[in-house]
Design a protein around this ligand. Structure first.
Ligand code: PLP
Length: 380
């Protein structure tokens, strides 16, 4: 059977079914080498020179992600931030960028700080509002539209097909941080995106033990070549062991994400009309603002991320997190264990997170246990 034609869950489980030619091993070897032998005539026919630019440990994970995202090529990075910032570094000082107002806070801070000082002109808009997006994008001037959907930490949904059309009509490219959707639920390139970014630290690896990022491009173009050059020059690449662990994590991507989606939906349904909960923010709820667009562009579930607004304000929300036992009070998301976090205290000034809000990253534990733990914490 052609591995390119099987269901994505099958391609992921077998990591494309690659077999080591020499040993017949069904799991790749880890090559720790940082340098590679030149041919006698001084050429590098193997295509490998030095580990800052490239590493055989990346090949299988990059090929798998390319297939899952329906892209042309993928590059792994040392973190999601290394991947995201490479997209902006591939632009030129003076370039105009339109970005989602609700997005991963550390990237927003980097854009407001370093990227702005470096000369990029960044405009933050509510990208769920297509009229506002259309108004912000300037034909011939805007070079990039950066969208995160579902967006951290309110799970605002941006219409990818519409955003791609708006960007392209103005001659700009669309880049999507698809970390929270994962390739299981959404493939932005199929909606017209030019580049897809993941914090591979999250769902792709899935076990809170690898820091990594990825970019997948829809095509080989000048921008992609600049990104590859930036990676080779700056060396923001994972180590061989991390790339190997990432590939191992991706083999179970589909079962993990599907289990997290089921749990998140059950938790959202349970707390939607709870007397201690002000509001549940989850794209899978029919009353959620972006629900219909999410249903169109996220297939098979609405993600493992949700937020709960607790009646009683900030102190009540912090107290609930303090009393959870099964849910771990920790930052990050997309792992097998469930995490809970009072988001506005970590994001600080400029955060779109209401002070009474807890962000929940649902893991793969039993949903009854997760609900019971939240109930007992709410009851304290
Ligand atoms: N994008 C999103 C949506 C994230 O949640 C994160 C990290 O939390 C990042 C990007 C940055 O990824 P990393 O921590 O791997 O640098």
């Amino acid at each position: 059977m052609d591995i390119k034609k099987v269901q994505p869950a099958s391609a992921a489980a077998q990591a494309l079914g690659w077999i080591d030619e020499k040993t017949r091993a069904i799991v790749p070897a880890i090559h720790p080498a940082t340098t590679y032998l030149r041919d006698e005539d001084n050429q590098y026919r193997s295509g490998r020179i030095y580990a800052r630019a490239d590493n055989p440990a990346f090949d299988q994970a990059e090929a798998l992600l390319t297939q899952l995202e329906h892209g042309h090529a993928t590059a792994l990075f040392s973190s999601g931030m290394a991947a995201a910032t490479a997209v902006f570094q591939a632009l030129s000082p003076g370039d105009h960028i339109v970005a989602s107002r609700v997005m991963y806070w550390a990237l927003r801070n980097w854009l407001l700080g370093f990227a702005t000082q470096w000369g990029l002109k960044i405009e933050f808009v509510d990208t769920t509002d297509l009229a506002a997006l259309t108004k912000a994008v300037q034909r011939g001037k805007t070079k990039l539209v950066w969208v995160e959907t579902p967006a951290n930490p309110t799970w605002a949904i941006t219409d990818l097909a519409a955003a791609a059309e708006i960007a392209h009509q103005a001659g700009a490219r669309l880049a999507v941080d698809s970390t929270c959707a994962s390739p299981v639920l959404s493939q932005p390139i199929t909606f017209g995106a030019d580049i897809v970014m993941h914090s591979a630290t999250k769902y792709l690896n899935g076990h809170s033990d690898v820091l990594a990022g990825s970019l997948t491009t829809a095509r080989d173009d000048e921008s992609w070549q600049r990104i590859k050059k930036i990676r080779a020059q700056l060396g923001g690449v994972p180590g061989s062991l991390d790339a190997w662990l990432l590939l191992r994590g991706m083999r179970t991507l589909y079962v993990r994400v599907n289990a997290a989606c089921r749990n998140a939906q059950r938790i959202a349904d349970h707390f939607e009309s709870h007397d201690k909960i002000e509001a549940v923010l989850y794209p899978g709820l029919a009353g959620f603002a972006g629900h219909e667009i999410a249903a169109k562009q996220m297939k098979g579930g609405f993600g493992g991320m949700l937020s709960l607004r607790i009646k009683g304000g900030e102190a009540a929300a912090v107290a609930v997190a303090a009393h959870t036992q099964l849910w771990k009070r920790a930052t990050s998301l997309g792992s097998v264990e469930s995490l809970i976090e009072h988001r506005s205290s970590i994001e600080g000034a400029g955060s779109p997170a209401p002070v009474d809000m807890l962000r929940l990253s649902t893991g793969i534990e039993d949903s009854g246990d997760l609900i019971a733990d939240l109930e007992q914490a709410l009851g304290k």
